[in-house]
Design a binder for this molecule. Structure first.
Ligand code: ADP
Ligand code: MG
Length: 728
């Protein structure tokens, strides 16, 4: 009897929402209370140190060791008032999650006395014994040292009783081993390039921040059911399971009322997020049953990314408290929508302008058009880089599965803006423009704010969509570090803005007026980037064909998508802008391949185990029941048994066929896995896993699901998909 499954189900069904009694109803009262904010700094630091630290934060100037000690001491004093005992350098190794190693403030100073201390050196730099984090060959065992270094632009915060100091993670030889360091470099490159271009429009702009507003999708399932499914527990997704008769067809979950248990969980993790200064404001049900989303107010991209990583961590912790498990995997259930993490992206100046928001007059709209068109051109020139930045084994199940943006990168801008770009393409004259030409253009450019107001056609099938005052990169995976996508996006836009500035300056130097030079350059970019724009249904077969005709890449899986990291052009682009050196790029490619191989290897093993230990024995048990029955039928009916027990014979035969087929697939998968494991070259190995091992997943699942349908419900040992997704 499948007792474990039923035990888990009854446990899950008996749970009650956890009461959340937080004394303060008003989030404003405790918002950011666990953050070393600028207000706290002002309170705890001497005035001159505070000013220098602000300069470091805002302008990236270095902080000398002496001042670092003062800051460290202040951080410690503040943390002690909150009952904190330990501190940690919090970093983002290329595993995709965050890492920390805790040290105590406590130091014995002689036999019977001790103090609490944090000195400047420990704030600024640490050497975690981190030799087992992925490094792509950068650190061989002789050079296993890597160190973490303080990122003062992201404030320190307290989780439980630990002060967390955001840091970058680098090899002893200086190469980045994390997402944060190249992200900071990409943001810096964008800042410089965008600030330069801003000079055409606003002389007082001295800094441009990339802004990021992520939307985090996730599934929740009960703890007991989670542990009763080895596949979900080990890989984050259901490797087998027949589609429930009712899934998301009725769309009755979307924006529906949130179950009480889930509301309690959300309330709890929102409180924890708010204490950490994560501005989470939105929550709702998603399309699939038991799928949800939360989103914050957007922030400067580096901070926003830290906050997303922190949020994922908090969600998991808080879920445990509620006897729930969060599934951040991109595709936890085969028949349901997967989860993504839309990255809403824009650029904002120190003077308070959103560079992707149309302004109130033609001049501001020319500025808007400049950044808008350059972003499109950047995507047009670098679709492979964007595709690679979101590639992962998990996301492969989502992209192109008719529920998420396809693997083909395109840009959606809406009908009105398309008309606008068409009109610029047509109306900007090649030669010198007459005053009438210019007036006409200015008039049409001036209309942008009005047309955008009713720009409500939101195309949900596009990987990159313009949504009124920002671009939304929708293909990012739900479990991903946004850093990867944001490094790519900011780098390609920075590069494009640099090229644009050079070309416009050339025109101006040749005597063209500034506005005319900009318009002519924009016209050129509009023409050149036309093929990346697509307004139709990105899920359709027609688009796949059309994209192929247009010459747009369609990289369907991770090994193919990340191959671009080996392209000379990619390597040069990231090197030229100082984001990633060729060695760092090579290492990252290697690490991505490793991650991919390991994920598939684990999935393949778990699937093999489930088949062997759960499915096959269950099928045999069921066959025994049938055999016993058939024997009895033969005793009673003799020759007529075939007819009288035709159903039993049929069930037996079908189950025998499926069982043998399942076993055959498992054996073949094992063979292929053995062959793949012998391959030394990481890229070849990844391709072997992708093309030779992975196809068996589908076959095994198919046969297992058929058995699930055939076999008596009581005998089935694994919680079924309907139980996983509908149990609140
Ligand atoms: P949806 O895409 O679900 O319809 P919204 O359009 O309301 O949602 O916004 C989605 C996200 O976009 C929010 O997290 C919001 O903070 C973010 N956002 C809004 N403006 C900007 C901006 N200028 N830069 C980056 N993100 C932004
Ligand atoms: Mg969105």
């Amino acid at each position: 009897m499948a007792t474990f499954r039923f035990q888990a189900l009854s446990e899950a069904l008996s749970r009650k929402p956890l009461p959340i009694d937080y004394p303060d109803v008003k989030a404003s009262n405790y918002y950011a209370s666990s953050v070393f904010t600028q207000n706290v700094m002002r309170e705890y630091l001497p005035g001159d140190v505070y000013k220098t630290l602000l300069k470091t934060i805002n302008e990236g100037t270095t902080l000398d060791r002496q001042l670092a000690s003062v800051v460290a001491s202040a951080m410690k004093d503040w943390a002690l008032t909150k009952g904190v005992t330990h501190y940690t350098h919090w970093f983002q190794p290329l595993t995709g999650t965050t890492a920390e190693k805790h040290d105590s403030f406590f130091r014995p100073i002689d036999e019977n006395r001790a103090i609490e201390t944090l000195d400047g050196d420990n704030l600024v730099q640490q050497e975690p014994d981190a030799s087992s984090f992925p490094n792509g060959g950068i650190r061989n065992t002789f050079e296993a040292r890597g160190y973490t270094a303080w990122d003062p632009t992201s404030p320190a915060f307290i989780v439980s009783k630990t002060l967390c100091i955001p840091t970058i993670f680098i090899a002893y030889t200086g190469e980045a081993l994390d997402f944060k360091m190249p992200l900071l470099k990409a943001l810096n490159a964008l800042d410089r390039a965008a600030t330069d271009v801003c000079q055409y429009f606003e002389k007082d702009v001295t800094k441009v921040n990339a802004t990021l507003g992520w939307e985090q999708e996730y599934f929740l399932i009960d703890k007991a059911l989670f542990y009763a499914r080895p596949d979900i527990m080990m890989t984050g997704r259901a490797l087998v399971g027949h589609n429930p008769a009712k899934g998301q067809q009725l769309d009755d979950h979307y924006f529906g009322s949130i179950p009480d248990r889930v509301t309690a969980f959300m309330r709890d993790f929102e409180i924890e997020s708010h204490k950490l200064g994560i501005p989470v404001t939105t929550r709702h049900n998603e399309v699939a049953p038991n799928q949800f989303e939360c989103a914050p107010m957007f922030e400067e991209a580096n901070l926003a990314n830290d906050h997303n990583l922190l949020l994922m961590d908090i969600m998991e912790k808080v879920a445990r408290k509620h006897d729930l498990r969060v599934l951040l995997h991109e595709k936890p259930f085969p028949s349901l929508n997967g989860s993504g993490k839309h990255n809403n992206w824009s650029m904002s100046t120190n003077t308070g302008i959103n560079l992707l928001a149309p302004g109130k007059n033609p001049k501001n709209n020319l500025r808007f058009l400049t950044f808008f068109v350059n972003t499109i051109k950047a995507v047009h020139d670098n679709p492979e880089i964007l595709r690679a930045s979101i590639a992962s084994a998990g996301n492969d199940h989502r992209l192109g599965a008719n529920e998420a943006p396809p693997a083909i990168v395109s840009v959606f801008i809406g009908r009105q803006l398309t008309q606008m770009l068409d009109s610029i393409e047509k109306n900007v004259k090649a030669g010198k423009m007459t005053p009438e030409d210019k007036t006409e253009l200015k008039l049409s450019i001036g209309k942008i704010p009005q047309i955008l107001l009713d720009n409500t056609d939101r195309n949900r099938t596009s990987p990159v969509a313009f949504t009124g005052n920002k671009f939304e990169f929708r293909a990012v995976g739900s479990s991903a570090n946004c850093g990867s996508a944001m490094i790519a996006f900011n780098t390609i836009v920075a590069n494009q803005l640099i090229l644009f500035k050079k070309d416009v300056d050339n025109r101006i130097n040749k005597g063209e007026k500034k506005d005319e030079a900009i318009l002519k350059e924009l016209q050129k970019l509009i023409k050149e980037s036309k093929k990346i724009r697509f307004e139709g249904n990105g899920y359709s077969e027609d688009w796949v064909k059309e994209a192929e005709k247009r010459g747009l890449p369609n990289l369907k899986d991770t090994p193919r998508a990340i191959a671009t990291m080996k392209d000379k052009r990619t390597i040069e682009l990231f090197d030229k802008l100082g984001i990633l050196s060729p060695i760092e790029m090579e290492a990252r490619h290697e690490i991505e391949l490793e991650n991919y191989i390991l994920k598939l290897q684990i999935e393949s093993r778990v699937l093999g185990d489930i088949a062997q230990n759960h499915i096959i024995p269950t099928a045999i048990k069921y066959q025994n029941i049938l055999l016993k029955n058939i024997k009895g039928m033969v005793d009673v009916y003799g020759k007529d048994a075939k007819k009288m027990a035709s159903t039993q014979y049929q069930l037996l035969e079908q189950s025998v066929i499926r069982l043998n087929e399942l076993k055959k697939c498992c054996d073949s998968m094992l063979e292929e896995r053995k062959k793949a494991n012998k391959i030394e070259n990481a890229e070849k190995k990844a391709f072997a896993y992708c093309d030779k091992v992975k196809p068996y997943f589908q076959e095994i699942k198919y046969n297992s699901d058929k058995l699930e349908l055939l076999i008596e419900d009581e005998l089935w040992p694994l919680p079924k998909l309907r139980e996983l997704i509908f149990t609140k």
